[in-house]
Design a protein around this ligand. Structure first.
Ligand code: PLP
Length: 410
């Protein structure tokens, strides 16, 4: 059979017919709730309002075609582009790229700008996976690092070396929700360096609804989309956004490191993102209610929530964030045994790892996210063994409060 049948002519099923659909809205001029719905959405030639799911890994390439290949691992397949455009719009970024996990987004971004002999300055108390990457993997590639404990811009500036290529921050932090002064730290580091330093921040805890770090002079924002962005605890994904100049470099590395997210998960993530604004607003409100209730509670010794005036970073959070997040932590009176007893009696709020989903869950940082740390390290961070972290969901807050009350036997 000769391959010249009409069905195989490029025009019939080639990229030209297909790209006619691909005109995502940039979301420019829209407010965040509207961007969640419309930015990045791809009009479908069938008239469908939902971005069509393109599962194909095979894209026509007529003989003589020039320009970039389309291939999902190259991070340029349509469902990934739709999601990247949506999150970029929400972060006020020019460009973005979706990857297969938060750690893929973090490791790909860091390793794009760091090579042998280079140095990175990081905030202390990092997400466990990031900490492991830096402490256990970077030395094998001769990448040097300084983790800055504390939050003063001067201490970040003091860590800068001639070989410093990247500044990497996480705010608010896990689990005590300490907030870093992003604009001041970035300015201090830029002042101390005589060369370009790429400034990145992990914005997973805040979400683009509560905080847009690019406004403060940061260059790249990374997210574990597994958490709030997807929000339904059923997709593992990550995203990097920033200027096209930098994101293009991440994409170039990322396509050979192979961390692409498959199109079905991209479509799930896009659906999740449509309710990001609504979910986060409810999570912020629920967490505030819960934090105020717990702070007045006779069985609780301390509450860590940036929305409370008692939080050491309350004023900073007010200046830098639009909402105080759905994450909070508290310390149960009576030590570890009292805490374990309380947690064991909860019925609605389940003990589980991860965060950012529609369901309220809790974890004990000393036994989970921070289990690798020594007692001394935990003490330095202020994380006692009776600290409980809650990822507040979108339930009716009264049901959450009643669950806590019954667990205390009240
Ligand atoms: C979960 C998480 C990550 C890693 O994301 P994965 O999707 O699990 O790879 C990175 N940073 C923060 C703050 C997280 O909570």
């Amino acid at each position: 059979m000769r391959c010249t049948s009409r069905a195989l002519k490029p025009r019939a099923f080639g990229t030209s017919a297909y790209t006619a659909d691909l005109k995502p809205s940039t979301g420019e001029g829209m407010r965040p709730l509207t961007q969640c719905i419309h930015a990045g959405s791809v009009p479908d030639s069938s008239g469908g309002l939902v971005t069509p799911l393109r599962t194909t890994t095979v894209y026509a390439r007529p003989a003589g075609a020039t320009g970039p290949l389309t291939y999902p691992r190259y991070l340029n397949a349509p469902n990934g582009l739709a999601v990247a455009a949506k999150v970029a719009a929400l972060e006020g970024a020019e460009s973005g790229v979706v990857l297969g996990s938060g750690m893929s987004a973090i490791s790909t971004s860091l390793c794009t700008f760091l090579g042998p002999g280079d140095h990175v300055v990081l905030s202390g108390n990092l997400y466990g996976g990031t900490f492991e990457l830096v402490r256990d993997i970077f030395p094998a590639y001769d990448i040097h690092y300084t983790m800055v404990n504390g939050s003063s811009p001067e201490s970040f500036a003091a860590a800068v070396r001639p070989s410093t290529r990247v500044l990497y921050l996480e705010s608010p932090s896990n689990p005590l929700l300490r907030v870093l002064d992003l604009p001041k730290i970035v300015a201090a580091v830029r002042g101390a360096a005589k060369h370009e330093v790429v400034a990145m921040v992990d914005n997973t805890f805040a979400t683009p609804i509560n905080q847009n770090p690019l406004k403060f002079g940061l260059d790249l924002v990374v997210h574990s989309g597994t958490k709030y962005l997807n929000g339904h605890s059923d997709v593992t994904c990550g995203i990097v956004v920033g200027s096209e100049r930098l994101v293009a470099q991440v994409r170039t590395r990322g396509r050979v490191w192979g961390g692409a997210l498959g199109p079905r998960d991209c479509a799930m993530l896009e659906r999740g993102l449509k309710t990001l604004g609504l979910r986060v607003a409810q999570q912020n409100a629920n967490a505030q209610k819960l934090a105020e209730h717990l702070e007045a509670h006779p069985r609780i010794s301390r509450v860590f929530y940036p929305g409370l005036p008692s939080h050491p970073d309350h004023e900073l959070a007010k200046a830098q964030m639009r909402g105080f997040t759905g994450m909070l932590a508290f310390e149960v009176k009576g030590g570890k045994a009292a805490m374990a007893d309380f947690v064991g009696r909860l019925r609605l709020i389940g003990a589980a790892t991860s965060l950012g989903g529609v369901e309220s869950i809790l974890c004990i940082p000393a036994e989970s996210s921070h289990a690798a740390m020594s007692q001394a390290e935990l003490q330095e961070l202020g994380i006692s063994d009776s600290v409980v972290r809650v990822s507040v969901g979108i339930e009716d807050p009264q049901d959450l409060i009643e669950d806590i009350e019954q667990a205390f036997g009240l």
